[in-house]
Design a protein around this ligand. Sequence first.
Ligand code: MLT
Length: 404
Amino acid sequence: MFKINENYLKLPGSYLFSTIAKKVAAYQEANPDKRIIRLGIGDVTLPIAPAIVEAIHKAADEMGHAETFHGYAPDLGYAFLRETIAEKDYKAWGCPIDADEIFVSDGAKSDSGNIQEIFSQDSRIALCDPVYPVYLDSNVMAGRTGEYDAATGRWSNVIYMPCTAENHFVPELPKERPDLIYLCVPNNPTGTALTRDQLKAWVDYANQEGCVILYDAAYEAYISEEDVPHSIFEIPGARTCAIEFRSFSKKAGFTGVRLGFTVVPKDLKCGDVMLHSLWARRHGTKFNGAPYIEQRAGMAVYSEEGNRQVMEQVAYYKRNARTIYDGLKEAGYTVFGGINSPYVWLKTGDMTSWDFFDYLLENASVVGTPGSGFGPSGEGYFRLTGFGTYENTVEAVERIKRLK
Ligand code: MLT
């Protein structure tokens, strides 16, 4: 009889957002008259900006003519996009990153889930707690996390770095040495960020201890504060210890288009081996390149018009986040985030995170995400996203206020 990867059986329950979707569908079926407002999964609601739609049409037309047709894309991405990213997302911010260190992909979720494959099976991982569940789950699937303790919600072989109101959501350097450190800045779900000095402490630590920082900057476009870096490569020393993931999903509304990229600097080495070579080998073997049409759509994000339009969308979602933040604060909730992020993180008072989820769904028909779904230290917290429409956001806040 064939055997399966038994690590999958260790995963408790289904993926967080699938569990929520099932619960919401059951509620809607039982209450067909209720108009549910979904501020759970961070999925965008605004349509793709006009300059990008135009680029998509143009690229689709090119695909229809023999002279301009494109087959397989280069597996690391088209030079036009990689060069533009290097210029506008890195060199313009003083980051020493070259185009051939950029790997274009179908998004940060796949890259941040797949990156663990290039590291040794016995690598020790350190995670902020709470954090985006993909980092943990992909390591569970790989068999790296030890045993799960349902009572504590913790895995025996994972180093948890709690990020709570008590430490202002700033992770402390771990006492035991990890091999891989996942940092998500601005953080999903807490909506909080690290300053340059705080991030420098991590870069120095990683270089000193021989760790790799897996840095997820998917929410970079939402940074408002001067002192929060847009890339880990703004920090001196990061080229020898960091890999960065970026996404077009939250910046340009590409959740349904799918485009992202990963930066692996050539100075990042294990002995003589460049991680860049390993990731290139993996990418070439398991990925056929992001589609031409999508890479042209990505290019349009960097045009003057495209950039103006997507930043207007980011501003729209930030206004939503601010509306949630201010409204809930006024209603007496303790709230965090929402400044450098589309996410607002709140305390659930004397309810557990899942009890608060049910309470909000049943009494206000508003969907959010229970903090405990992002890690044990998320218990007692709840996440609402600014990605709804403005009208729905205002109404959701009003409904929640009325419950008080
Ligand atoms: C979230 O809601 O945390 C994100 O939308 C999930 C994702 O980006 O995959």
